[in-house]
Write a protein that binds this ligand. Structure first.
Ligand code: GYE
Length: 328
């Protein structure tokens, strides 16, 4: 805590120095009172999301360059995010941070932000390419790459199978991580000499309840005899599915192998307990990096269009050693 405060003071001092060099332009961002930032967060649907919200709030609190972070939890509803952005525009915040729940439907509201002269940073999820000019930069994960990691493990793990039966639990329909995790996964499967059947694929909306309900339907519709693998786009849906599998009298991790994406403590614990087989990490702790971007963007600095966060992937032999390192 002390370290964080000192770091905040140090960066604050740096910024004051930079402002002095720049001739003390107090317009909008970077003024001596610090920046006002509006953050339209997706919701609180997962451990990943909660850790992400905590990281952004903690970093803003500890950062003297940020006067106020206005945080809105949009409960996974795009209309609530649009409403939040309209409020931020009315209040003339310095920078808007948006974690867009889905990829499409942002043109109007982001055009309004642009016309109001308020820069927008995307945190976590991305939006469609057609609207690329309406935000300055995005910080977050490479979701296609996460899908590729899951795909690469799958083709190796089931190399000897004649045909591999797969079920997919998709994230929120139309969201960047659901679209991209699917695209990366099947890019690898289709690019290799690998025979598989996608037996079923449905959205569990990134929640445990959603994952459990969809898995119950999968089991009652298809049984598990011809299924080798469940690919769940996040931990919560995978953990919900594990419950459904156990309640139906099967052994998760053995009767059906399971991949999850995120890598929360609960996810790793399920791995240590032998209930799942591969974890693709998605890192939510990028609050400090985000605050640096906020300040740079408010100052009108040139920044990269995409700042990736560093991520890994873990197999069964690594679950136990990695569990104590998990931050969420
Ligand atoms: O994987 C999931 C959350 O957008 C990367 O959203 C994020 C995803 C994450 O609900 O758990």
């Amino acid at each position: 805590m002390l370290k964080k405060t000192l770091a905040g003071i140090a960066t604050g001092a740096l910024l004051l120095g930079a402002a002095a060099c720049g001739g003390g332009d107090d317009e909008g961002g970077g003024g001596s009172d610090g920046l006002v930032v509006g953050f339209a967060q997706v919701g609180a649907e997962s451990a990943w999301r909660t850790a992400n919200s905590d990281s952004v709030r903690d970093s803003a609190d500890a950062d003297d360059r940020i006067a106020d972070l206005q945080f809105v939890d949009a409960q996974q509803q795009q209309e609530k995010q649009i409403e939040a952005i309209r409020n931020f525009i009315t209040q003339k915040v310095d920078v808007i941070v948006l974690a867009p729940v889905v990829e499409t439907g942002w043109t109007d509201v982001l055009t309004d932000a642009e016309q109001a002269g308020i820069p927008v940073i995307l945190a976590d999820r991305g939006i469609e390419e057609a609207d690329e000019d309406l935000y300055v930069t995005r910080i977050g994960s490479d979701f296609v790459e996460e899908g590729r990691k899951a795909g690469t493990w799958t083709v190796e793990e089931f190399a000897e199978n004649e045909t591999t039966g797969i079920l997919q639990l998709e994230g929120t329909v139309g969201s960047a991580p659901a679209n991209d995790r699917e695209a990366g996964f099947f890019e690898i499967l289709d690019g290799e000499d690998f025979s598989y059947e996608l037996v079923d694929s449905q959205s569990g909306d990134f929640t445990a309840e959603g994952g459990k309900a969809v898995m119950e339907t999968f089991i009652s519709t298809h049984g598990l005899e011809d299924i080798d693998l469940l690919y769940a786009h996040n931990d919560e849906m995978g953990l919900g599915a594990i419950q459904a599998i156990e309640e139906a009298g099967y052994e998760p991790g053995t009767d059906i192998q399971i991949i999850i994406v995120d890598g929360s403590k609960a996810g790793f614990q399920a791995g240590v307990d032998g209930k799942l087989n591969y974890i693709v990490e998605c890192n939510p702790v990028f609050g400090d990096q985000l605050m640096d971007l906020v300040v740079q963007v408010a100052d009108g600095a040139d920044v990269e269009k995409f700042t990736p966060v560093v991520e890994d992937a873990f197999g069964v032999d690594e679950f136990e050693a990695e569990l104590p390192n998990r931050q969420f």
